[in-house]
Design a protein around this ligand. Structure first.
Ligand SMILES: *Cc1c(COP(=O)(O)O)cnc(C)c1O
Length: 472
């Protein structure tokens, strides 16, 4: 490929990408094409002699378009999904062009140093110990995996067992105590670490999903041995926070390691207004947090933070004769992540943190929390619509009172489908305290008060229409 045609294809990508970003505020939020449509549009035979790159790009963008969701846009409230701040997108474009391997200092000194700097900023923003280590992983799943690997290492090392060398066969059993409705990725991490999903013991929670401290105390007392407690900062449904300081005291009194899954909720620590929700955060042993959710950097980006950097390195470090590693004291990125070769995702984190600054990040947190309250207020003002959680952060759970004689689950499902196909906004469903609910997460830097109004109107309209249909 010539230099000129390389330039042409990149320029084409730039104009298509910016056109897409500009369309986000108007395009239907859900995908328009079904998977069957997309297979037909994209599923050609692999070409034998190749296709012109610019043509490939054009056809790819055209065929994919109807199968894209506007999850990067301001009215996507499904799951817990952030958008991307423009400076994060821009930095990530550079990363793609630079094609750095962020595994070792020697393969990209700049990537390694940017992680060092952004890692320090993160610790400072969250008020975590400056000596903690930070691994730049793909997301919350791998952050949980990495932190729990460090936990597994540490609690077994205290029993004189080296799990990295000797495995788990014959090791003292590790007790896992976790929050009710711990995120599914916590269970996946346990499974991958050989700790077994079924080995985990669920500690009772209150109506908002917060672990009950006296229940943890009882659970800790009712057994012994190496123990890991897994708490939540930001319940995946309600956004509620476990009492991290108190749970940390209880865990440490028992010699346990306490990990905090704070995929989105940890960002409360970066706001003076919401920091009280994570009181005692710095007392825990490890923390997982996403950057691609609330910080609004592009996928894929999460952070595994461990107070005991030695345990973090012990479980993740790769060593081989050909891997010339950094000098003592220097930071090779691969010492803190499961991967060796990987994307230099620290650059986008660095760029967004630097562009927003301490106040801009606090403002981002505060703004999305107030949009969530705005949404809750609008929806709850309708007769028959009820907000089911305390809106302490950015999550809103909504219940709809079905017309007489109709089941609530079906009714809720129909309203959600109607909203999704309507295209104004997108939200998902969940089950909350045994009741079907719609679940909204306000996570996008660009969501305006007007976006909330329009979305609330669409949701209430869907509710009224379904109610009217059912009454007929
Ligand atoms: C999203 C989420 C995760 C998983 O994060 P991914 O980035 O999707 O891997 C874990 N825990 C909680 C509480 C989450 O909200």
């Amino acid at each position: 490929m010539s230099v000129e045609s390389a330039h042409a294809v990149l320029e084409r990508a730039f104009s298509r990408a910016t056109a897409f970003l500009q369309s986000l505020a108007q395009r239907p939020v859900g995908a328009r094409a079904s998977v069957v449509d997309l297979r037909a549009a994209l599923g050609a035979e692999l070409s034998v002699s190749g296709v012109d790159p610019t043509q490939v790009l054009d056809e790819l963008a055209a065929a994919a378009d109807a199968g894209l969701t506007a999850s990067a846009g301001p009215r996507y409230f499904g799951f817990v999904i952030g958008g991307s701040h423009p400076v994060g997108v821009a930095a990530d474009w550079l990363v793609t062009a630079w094609d750095q391997n962020a595994g070792l200092q020697v393969t990209s000194p700049a990537a390694a140093v940017v992680e060092e700097v952004a890692g320090k900023w993160i610790l400072d923003l969250f008020g975590l110990p400056g000596s903690a280590s930070v691994g730049f992983v793909t997301g919350g799943q791998m952050a949980n995996f990495t932190c729990l690997a460090a936990a597994r290492h540490a609690v077994l090392a205290r029993q004189g067992w080296n799990v990295e060398e000797d495995g788990l066969g014959g090791a003292p059993p590790v007790r896992i105590l976790l929050s009710e409705q711990a995120h599914v990725t916590v269970f996946n991490a346990l499974a991958m670490l050989g700790l077994g999903k079924r080995m985990a013991r669920v500690v009772d929670a209150d109506g908002e999903g917060r672990m009950i401290p006296s229940a943890l105390e009882g659970a800790l007392k009712s057994g012994a041995g190496p123990t890991v407690v897994i708490a939540q900062a930001g319940h995946v449904n309600s956004g509620a926070f476990d009492k991290i300081g108190l749970l940390s005291d209880l865990s440490h009194a028992d010699g346990a390691w306490i990990h905090v899954d704070g995929a989105f909720g940890l960002w409360a620590a970066a706001s003076p207004r919401y920091r009280h929700l994570v009181a005692g955060l710095d007392e825990a042993d490890s923390w997982s947090v996403d950057a691609h959710k609330w910080l609004n950097v592009p996928y894929d980006s999460g952070l595994a933070i461990v107070a005991d950097a030695v345990s973090h390195r012990a479980c993740m470090s790769a060593s081989a004769s050909y891997l010339k590693q950094a000098e003592q004291d220097a930071r090779d990125p691969l010492m803190y992540t499961p991967e060796l070769s990987r994307r230099a995702r620290g650059f986008a984190v660095y760029a967004v943190l630097r562009a927003l600054g301490r106040e801009g990040i606090a403002a981002l947190v505060d703004r999305l929390c107030s949009r969530a309250r705005q949404m809750a207020g609008r929806l709850a003002s309708e007769d028959g619509v009820e907000v089911l959680n305390e809106v302490v952060l950015n999550q809103v759970l909504v219940g709809f009172r079905p017309p007489p004689g109709l089941g609530g689950d079906d009714f809720t499902e129909r309203i959600i489908t109607r909203v999704q196909t309507g295209g104004t906004c997108w939200l998902g469903g969940t089950v909350w305290n045994g009741r079907a609910a719609a679940r909204l997460s306000v996570c996008n830097w660009s969501t305006s008060p007007d976006d909330v109004e329009r979305s609330a109107d669409a949701i209430l309209e869907a509710y009224r229409q379904e109610a009217a249909l059912q009454r007929r």
